[in-house]
Design a binder for this molecule. Structure first.
Ligand code: SF4
Ligand code: SF4
Ligand code: SF4
Length: 245
């Protein structure tokens, strides 16, 4: 019998699920090996009988908690899909402003109709078995991780920083272009996507396990930048790790 897998979303733009839908040719391989029993973005059929759950989005409301716990109870393997689920992602920007103000910006005079609390990654609520990082996720990594899970193997996710891939690609360091970059402390796996296109790494794949923050500080200092400047610029993805310290 094929393993049953399901996809779920919490607060997110659903871009990571879209990456899965856009797999096209590779998706046929994956579909051939599994039964997808729930995937709101791609199909209407729905079953709660699944073994592997891919969860996108961060947790932003009280009522998300029982729903996520129920998914966890059913799933033998739970995989966090994308930066929102893995590290809290862009949703955590709201954690640095009064939540009442945030609700008013979004819902105006209907603000009281909608509950909200500080955004958090899904592992702040339930144990997570595996992580597929990025905003959005890389299609190749999704296929690689899924194949490893189906073979009963531990998926290999890089623990070294983006700088390694960046150097390997032969990029000019964007610090030389006047930008600030979180590559020295961000987990690799994207092939240094942003620096390759002359943009800075904003840390969407989260911090490496033991980030060398001293090295990052030294690099910032060398280019006349302060840690505070880096934090304010890169809170976009790493805000939760900032408040969780
Ligand atoms: S990680 Fe990025 S692409 Fe994925 S759901 Fe969140 S905001 Fe969208
Ligand atoms: S700091 Fe950024 S641009 Fe420079 S090598 Fe590291 S990842 Fe590449
Ligand atoms: S370079 Fe940084 S921000 Fe860009 S995709 Fe890779 S980890 Fe994310």
């Amino acid at each position: 019998m094929k393993p049953k897998i399901a996809f779920f979303d919490f607060a997110s733009c659903e871009g990571c699920q879209l990456q899965v839908v856009n797999l096209e040719a590779e998706m046929l391989d994956v579909i051939g090996a599994v039964d997808i029993v729930q995937f709101r973005e791609a199909m209407t059929e729905k079953s709660d009988d699944y073994a592997i759950a891919f969860v996108e989005g961060s947790i932003t409301r009280e009522k998300d908690i029982p729903r996520l716990k129920k998914i966890r109870e059913q799933a033998a393997i739970l995989v966090a899909l994308g930066a929102c689920a893995c590290i809290g992602g862009v949703n955590c920007l709201k954690n640095f402003q009064p939540l009442e103000d945030v609700r008013k910006y979004v819902y105006g005079d209907k603000a009281d109709w909608y509950e909200t609390f500080a955004a958090r990654p899904i592992d702040a609520v339930v144990p997570v078995d595996y992580y597929i990082h990025g905003c959005p996720i890389h299609k190749d990594e999704f296929v690689k991780v899924t194949k490893a899970l189906l073979l009963g193997k531990k998926p290999e996710i890089p623990t070294y920083p983006v700088c390694v891939e960046c150097k390997r690609t032969g990029n000019v360091c964007v610090f030389e272009l006047g930008l600030t970059c979180l590559g020295p402390i961000t987990r690799a796996g994207c092939g240094a996507w942003c620096p390759t296109y002359r943009d800075n790494c904003a840390g969407c794949r989260g911090l490496v396990p033991d980030p060398n923050t001293n090295a990052e500080k030294e690099v910032l200092k060398k280019y006349g930048l302060t840690v505070e400047q880096a934090i304010s610029q890169f809170r976009i993805f790493l805000g939760y790790s900032e408040v969780a310290k």
